[in-house]
Unconditional design. Structure first.
Length: 336
């Protein structure tokens, strides 16, 4: 009698790719053959193909951070459109864990970055740690710092396209902040600016020289698209004189929402450089809400909401490259 574990590889891939991702860990423990098969690139492509097929019927999977743990969620867009209760259309499929971590519940995650199916996770500890994780294969790699990681570090995960078959994955670590961010009374204030790149091929860090006339907000996460990472950025402005503390600013002046020149900025992981300033389809103020996201790894979308009037707009890129972008308005609505 033929056993299911004796199925031809192509047929086994077809069957196992239809199994929910949260059950893959148990499947790998079932037999060594399946453990090896589910870590093959061909299986990963088939699994992603199943995800895209589900997306066509307005349902997709998303990874969310809940209580500092990573969870796989199912989002039904059609249900959200029909039901005012959004929560009923978002369901938890399972908690994501790794084969190589003995007790994953002890790992507290503070930040997550995504690129090409890989996750870069930053742990929430006094001395943060970095781990690159492939949820499909269960493989992890802990990244040791060149010197140390800092609380205000900004990260990005991308890749260099050497050819159609080979991608060289890299991590960008960026810090541009004052040494004593937690204690504003420290004088003199020392500004620290560091740029480093980690190559997963060579398992090593290297320092790159970057001159900045812009700021990346710590709370605005970058979005990786086609291997490169895009950020919302603002022109760098000098800090106000220390003697002019907030109590000295007149009330009317303090309430003014300042407009600072803003734009998109791209880091090209192939040449390891930042591109030129890319125009936004609007002119935001400091307190406005701006969110970037990728659309099927092909286009960039930006959501913009004004702070002073209740309207929201969404634009999507017609063309997006490290040094060029064009936009089309997709959605506009008054709220309230």
């Amino acid at each position: 009698m033929t056993k299911i574990s004796d199925l031809p590889r192509d047929l086994a891939e077809e069957v196992l790719s239809r199994v929910p991702v949260t059950y893959l860990r148990a499947i790998r423990f079932t037999c060594k053959k399946w453990n090896t098969l589910t870590k093959r690139r061909s299986f990963t492509k088939k699994l992603i193909g199943q995800e895209k097929a589900e997306a066509k019927v307005k349902e997709f999977h998303a990874i969310m951070t809940l209580n500092s743990r990573l969870h796989l969620m199912s989002v039904n867009l059609d249900g959200i459109h029909k039901d005012e209760n959004v929560e009923s259309s978002i369901k938890q499929k399972g908690k994501l864990i790794s084969l190589t971590v003995a007790d994953p519940d002890r790992i507290v995650i503070s930040q997550v970055y995504h690129c090409d199916g890989l996750l870069l996770c930053i742990t929430n500890e006094i001395n943060s740690r970095l781990v690159v994780w492939n949820p499909y294969s269960g493989q992890t790699r802990w990244i040791e710092p060149r010197t140390s990681y800092r609380e205000w570090d900004i990260y990005a995960l991308g890749y260099e396209s050497k050819n159609n078959a080979k991608r060289s994955y890299k991590i960008l670590r960026y810090l541009d902040a004052y040494e004593d961010m937690g204690d504003m009374s420290v004088e003199p204030r020392t500004r620290v600016c560091e740029f480093e790149i980690y190559s997963l091929d060579t398992n090593s860090w290297k320092v790159i020289e970057v001159t900045t006339d812009w700021d990346l907000c710590f709370l605005h996460r970058g979005v990786t698209l086609k291997g490169n990472t895009y950020w919302f950025a603002r022109e760098k402005i000098p800090p106000p004189p220390r003697e002019r503390v907030i109590e000295d600013i007149p009330l009317g002046e303090a309430e003014i929402n300042v407009e600072i020149p803003s734009f998109l900025l791209c880091f090209d992981f192939t040449i390891e450089k930042f591109g030129s300033r890319l125009p936004l389809p609007f002119r935001p103020c400091v307190d406005d809400t701006i969110t970037l996201s990728s659309v099927r790894e092909e286009k960039l979308a930006v959501l913009y909401q004004r702070w002073d009037i209740t309207w929201t707009g969404i634009w999507i890129s017609n063309k997006i490259e490290p040094n060029a972008v064009s936009w089309s308005k997709l959605f506009f609505q008054w709220v309230g």
